[in-house]
Design a protein. Structure first.
Length: 135
């Protein structure tokens, strides 16, 4: 590996470390890791290695409302299959590029970061709307 992909190890080691956190017994707190590196440092390659792993949720982009949508087009039971929050619980959540998130309008970015902060504090995220009530 070192001969063919000499820059892969730092990103791969970081990704493996985060994945391994999911195996810690009784660990209930989520962990957020952001892989930073120069262009062509194989960050995306290391993420792609985990993309098909069953305990992974992969997306290229999401909105604040994708966590808990409150859609009225489906039943409350169907929201579990639509909303992203149940999909990422106890999984490795991969997003290869943060630019779509941080390039959002200021109000949207503040909302996304507020929801992510609440999720990452380990107490979950709940909200209310007139459409579906409390979720």
């Amino acid at each position: 590996m070192q001969e063919n992909l000499p820059n892969l190890w730092p990103a791969l080691e970081f990704s493996l470390s985060i994945k391994t956190i999911l195996n810690i017994k009784d660990c209930t707190l989520p962990f957020a890791g952001i892989l930073l590196g120069s262009p062509s440092s194989l960050k995306t390659v290391s993420i792609e290695l985990f993309r098909k792993w069953p305990q992974t949720h992969y997306t290229d982009n999401f909105s604040a409302k994708s966590f808990v949508s409150h859609s009225t087009a489906v039943t409350r039971e169907e929201l579990v299959e639509i909303d992203m929050l149940p999909k990422i619980k106890n999984k490795l959540f991969l997003m290869p590029e943060l630019v779509p998130t941080f390039a959002a309008k200021d109000d949207d970015l503040i909302q996304i970061l507020g929801i992510m902060t609440r999720i990452l504090d380990g107490h979950g995220y709940e909200n209310d709307t007139g459409a579906q009530g409390h979720l």
